[in-house]
Design a protein around this ligand. Structure first.
Ligand code: PLP
Length: 377
């Protein structure tokens, strides 16, 4: 990964890292991999094992993996599913596909992830699942969330779409709750172009999800369907790329962490900003370094992005609170008053470029621009 002219280096947000190894494996698949699901099954098997899970089901994307687990749990109209107000709509849209109600809870200042005390307050007799999100590679305080869910006998689903390689107290992201999901979107640490994975330990739930993933076919009778289920089958083409990327998983995560640490090196001495957490409990897979301006600076993410754009840099907002957007207006289950931390962090945050190819000098240039904003604001 050599950069010829650092000053001219184009800064991009989140390009993947594809090598000749991936091209070779995908080519092999294209030559001889059309007659079965061998690449899919192999990818599922190694991915589950790495996360200490028994079963895995690859899906065309992570949104569908979430829909699949919600369907498998029997979530339906009238049910409520609790989730953090700050996440991508990929977490919450599948709740609406089942006609259940998404209930937007607050997040924590330090983790940027679902706050167990907010969850506890919002549980009702209709609550049928909680989805915790490992935001930007950060991890929620899992034991607190699991304790709340256990007490109320509610399954916890871990949305680890953004947390490949993260760990909480030594346990991998993807090993918490009844099931976990991952995304292999083109912007993610490991990509299959589009792709997702559901990993879990419960055999009955796995069998149900597997049945629902492929149109509800009868296992005993060919081309005979028992339920009008969705079709969320992946392809060997996606899985071949996934497998080859997964051969390099440690290298991919290491590079993402290096990028986060470079931002910390250049910006870490500024007291009025916070970057992705790393504590004694959290090993951050650092999918997307993000930054929160402190309240004393008075800086908003919007103002910072306007400045960066003028300087010719790419920008990306911190996730907007889902409850603040038109898509979720009708649910009225979240607001600035109910979820003050989500609204405050989102208002003051931005997500930083994290393409694999970024050089140290490119990250320094971007960091210097952020320092400039702070100086002239
Ligand atoms: C937290 C989170 N959940 C779910 C998704 C949905 O993933 P996909 O784009 O693979 O459907 C994403 C993707 O960006 C995400 O960041």
């Amino acid at each position: 990964m050599k950069i010829k002219n650092p000053q001219k280096e184009k800064i991009t947000m989140s390009d993947p890292w594809i090598t000749s190894h991936e091209r070779k494996v995908v080519n092999e698949m294209m030559r001889s991999g059309w007659d079965n699901y061998a690449y899919v099954e192999k990818f599922e098997s190694v991915f589950a094992k790495w996360h200490g899970r028994k079963y895995a089901l690859m899906t065309p994307n992570c949104t569908q993996a979430i829909h699949l687990i919600l369907l498998s749990l029997g979530i339906k109209k009238g049910d409520e599913v609790l989730l953090p107000d700050c996440t991508w709509t990929g977490t919450s849209a599948p709740v609406t596909y089942t006609k259940a109600t998404p209930v937007f809870c607050d997040i924590e200042n330090d983790t940027w992830c679902l706050d167990a005390s907010s969850v506890e307050k919002r549980i009702t007799e209709n609550t049928k699942a909680v989805i915790a999100v490992d935001l930007y590679g950060n991890m929620p305080k899992m034991e607190k969330l699991l304790a709340v869910c256990r007490k109320r006998k509610i399954p916890l689903i871990e949305d680890a779409a953004e947390a490949l390689g993260s760990k909480y107290k030594g346990k991998r992201a993807g090993s918490f709750g009844i099931a976990s999901v991952f995304s292999f979107h083109r912007t993610k640490t490991l990509t299959t172009g589009e792709g997702g994975m559901l990993i879990l330990d419960n055999k009955k739930l796995y069998d149900r999800a597997k049945f629902l993933r492929d149109h509800g076919r009868d296992a005993k009778r060919s081309y005979f369907v028992l339920e009008a289920a969705p079709k969320y089958m992946p392809s060997n083409l996606q899985a071949a790329l996934g497998l080859a990327q997964f051969d390099r998983v440690e290298e991919l995560v290491k590079r993402k962490r290096y990028i986060l640490h470079l931002y910390k090196k250049f910006l870490g001495d500024i007291s009025d900003i916070t970057l992705n957490m790393e504590t004694k409990d959290v090993y951050n897979g650092a999918w997307a370094p993000s930054l929160i301006f402190g309240k004393t600076s008075g800086l908003t993410g919007k103002a910072a992005m306007e400045f960066l754009k003028k300087k010719g840099f790419p920008t990306r907002p911190f996730f907007y609170p889902l409850s603040s957007m038109p898509a979720y207006e009708k649910y009225k289950t979240g607001s600035a008053k109910l979820n003050p931390v989500a609204y405050s962090l989102s208002h003051r945050g931005i997500t930083l470029p994290a393409s694999f190819s970024l050089s140290e000098s490119a990250i320094k240039r971007y960091s210097d621009a952020i320092k400039e904003i702070l100086k002239f604001h």
